[in-house]
Every structure is written in C-alpha cells, then in structure tokens.
Ligand binder design. Structure first.
Ligand code: AMP
Length: 402
C-alpha cells in the first residue's frame, strides 16, 4: 500500500527544538496530528520527549554527554526517530518557523539557496532567534537534499500594515535601512483570525483585537483579516511586559543605564530580555500560573501590572484601526487563565466589555456577558498547524501520495 504524505513542522529556538508531524488525509482538507515533541535543554542537559496523537508519551531520552552534542546531531536524531516511528507515512516536506522575514517577505516561501542567503542577511534584526531558526534548513538541505522545505515567517502577517503603524519617528535614512516596526507572533494571529472567522464570518470586516498572551506576549489589531497594527515592533522586546522581557520602556532608561551604571551591550541585553518582565517585577517567577498561586505581594503586583498594560494596549490598538468590535484571547495565559481575562476585561468596562463569569470559568469559545457591547472570545492558537497548512499550499501539487 502506498504510504501517506506527512509534513514535519520545526520550531528551532536557542535551547529547544520543537516538532510536530501532520498527515493530510486524502478525503479531507483537515490535517491530523500524528506526533509532537521537543528536544529541550540544548547546550546544557539535552532531553528528547515525544508524544503520539493521543498526547501519550511515546519516547524520552536524556543525553548526559553535553560536549559531544551539536544541533546537527540532535536534529538528525529527531528526524530518524520520527521516520522509524511512522509506519504508514513518509515525511515529504518540512515547514520551518522563522522569526524574521524582513521588509519584503510577506508570505511563506520554498527554501532555496537564494532565500537562505537573504534570511542569513536578516540575522542582525533578530540575532537571538534567526540563526537558530535557519540552522535546521542548512542541516536538512545537506543530509536530505530531496526533502522539500518551506520557511514561514512570524513577521509576514504584519507586512502590509499602513505605513503609520510601521514607522518610528526617526530620521528617514534609518527607516529606509529597516529600522521600523515589524511585529511578531504573526503565525498565531493568522491562525486565530482564520479560526475565528470560520466560526463567525459576520466579523470578517469588523475591528478585532487579538491578545496573544503567553511567555512572549503581544496584541494585534485585525481588520478585514489583515494586521493593521501590533504591540511588538522592531524586536520581540516591545509592547507588553512578558515572562522575562520588559516590553516598552522609555528609551531614556537605556541611556541612563549606559551612562550612570556603565552597562554594556551584553548586560543590557540580559536585563531587557532575561531579567525583567513578570520575573523582574515579582522577583519570583516568569510563570504566570505560579504568580497567580503565590501569596507574595510582589507576585500580585506583577500580575496587576501585566493586566494594566494589556488593557492599555488593547485601547491603543482599537484606536489604531478606528474601532473595536471583538476581543480575542489566545496563547498560554490568554487560553488558560480566567482570572487574567477577568482582570483585563474589568479595566475595559468603560469600552463596554463585559464577560460572563460562568462562561469565563469554563472552556467556552464565547465568554461575552449578555450585556457586553463587544463580544469576547477565547481561541486556542496553533502555530504549528498554520505552518503545516502553509507548507502544503506552497508546495501545491507536489503534495500527492509519496
Ligand atoms: P505559552 O508561551 O503560550 O506556552 O504560555 C506560557 C504561559 O502561560 C506561562 O506564563 C504559564 O504560566 C501560562 N499559563 C499556562 N496555564 C496557565 C493557567 N492555567 N493559569 C495561568 N497561567 C497559565
């Protein structure tokens, strides 16, 4: 019997490599998850974990020899494990999450040598993420030259925003060089927008504010299925306070820290990316669940500051697109924390936002209160599924049975 075609999705970060395998069933456009998992602790104690379609653990492996482990070895280990675990399917293509597509890449692209060179050229724009995203493309290109690869960009969904949303008040030559707002979490916003509009097509032309609240957090203003503005800008530091990132701060603070504390680049990067946000304010944890369960006053302060900033940003983004017809929560915090959704909604009562305590406490899609002027939804995101769908559409006809 001919084997079925499966798509591997890779999300390679600085210390982890996440993967999912999807099968396209012949009688449906829907994709079925076959396997998922990750290698975590890359660079320290690397651990491989994999789950099957039923989310039950299928395999675990911990390497104790960190020195002999490079990314190439780990990626090839994952690929071989996947191939040996698939009985009825063959991996025919790989979709990659890539944080930066620069000024020109506004859609997923097949990976070619020219594209790889262009993406390597964007490393200065995302030095902490882009090199890790690109490494698997190079490794797979060498070891499996016949495997189709597709790059999907977190910035692409935002590329056609109005110029006012993309431009910083800097001298034009810097803007022209690419010092502008790009926005991130685009694959999540794209997935959530499509999913919401499938269920509520009446919202297609409306003004929708989507809150992606996770360890990394941002908000996006969407109208007509398009991103009109977003809280993250040039880097993934902008906008909301996050697990360990500051979010927006007065740039004068950076000048002060450089001048008065003699902080250098590495120290500032560490402060802004890894020692601030929920962790910095609470002094306890970057994890929202832990903070919500804590009795420490600083934990409560971190939670309150987060909700204050989310509500403020929602109002700002509604203003960016000149309206506010629906509010959506997604990602780890947005999907799982009724308390955070409730605290944010309370701050937006003046805009007519009200949520139903009962629906909010459950796992409801629509959590709007009966008298809410703005409907409020919870839509679980699925960036991996979005990448798999893009990979199939980019490769088009080549995706028949292997
Ligand atoms: P993500 O980056 O989307 O995986 O989201 C991770 C964040 O979601 C962490 O801060 C978690 O603490 C938070 N989170 C997950 N489940 C819950 C929950 N039940 N209550 C509060 N926060 C949660």
């Amino acid at each position: 019997m001919a084997k079925k075609s499966a798509i591997l999705v890779l999300n390679a970060g600085s210390s982890s490599l996440k993967f999912s395998v999807f099968r396209q069933s012949s009688d449906s456009v829907e994709l079925e998850t076959l396997l998922s998992g990750q290698v975590s602790g890359i660079g320290s104690t690397a651990k491989f974990e994999a789950k099957g379609a039923d989310r039950r653990s299928l395999a675990e492996h911990v390497w104790d020899d960190k020195d002999s482990l490079c990314r190439d070895t780990l990626l090839l280990y994952v690929l071989r494990w996947i191939q040996s675990s698939l009985i009825d399917d063959d991996i025919v293509a790989v979709g990659h999450r890539v944080v930066h597509g620069g000024q020109s890449l506004d859609r997923p692209m097949p990976v070619t040598q020219d594209l790889l060179e262009e993406l390597y050229g964007l490393i200065p724009l995302a030095p902490l993420h882009q090199p890790h995203n690109l490494a698997p493309m190079r490794i797979l290109g060498k070891s499996y030259p016949d495997l189709e690869q597709v790059a999907c960009f977190d910035t692409a969904f935002h590329r056609n925003q109005p110029w006012v949303a993309r431009t910083f008040a800097l001298p034009q030559e810097l803007t022209n060089e690419g010092v502008c707002s790009y926005g991130f979490h685009g694959l999540s916003y794209e997935y959530v927008t499509k999913h919401l509009l499938d269920i509520r097509p009446d919202l297609a032309d409306k003004h929708i504010v989507i809150c992606h609240l996770g360890n990394g957090s941002s908000i996006c203003a969407v109208k007509g299925g398009r991103s009109m503005d977003t809280s993250m800008g040039f880097s993934a530091l902008d906008g909301l306070p996050m697990g360990t990132r500051t979010g927006s701060i007065d740039p004068g603070v950076i000048l002060y820290l450089m001048r008065e504390k003699q902080m250098g680049l590495d120290e500032l990067e560490d402060l802004l990316y890894r020692r601030s946000g929920l962790l910095g304010v609470s002094g306890l944890s970057n994890d929202m669940k832990i903070l919500q369960e804590s009795d420490e006053p600083q934990a409560a302060q971190a939670v309150e500051l987060f909700c204050f900033r989310v509500a403020k940003e929602i109002a700002a983004l509604a203003s960016s697109m000149g309206g506010f017809d629906a509010l959506v929560f997604t990602a780890g915090i947005g999907e799982n924390s009724p308390q955070i959704r409730s605290m944010i909604s309370e701050r937006l009562a003046w805009l007519g936002v009200k949520i139903s305590a009962e629906a909010n406490a459950g796992k409801a899609f629509d959590i709007s209160g009966v008298d809410s002027k703005v409907p409020v939804f919870v839509v679980p995101t699925n960036e991996e599924l979005m990448i798999a769908k893009h990979t199939i559409s980019v490769l088009g006809q080549r995706m028949g049975e292997a």
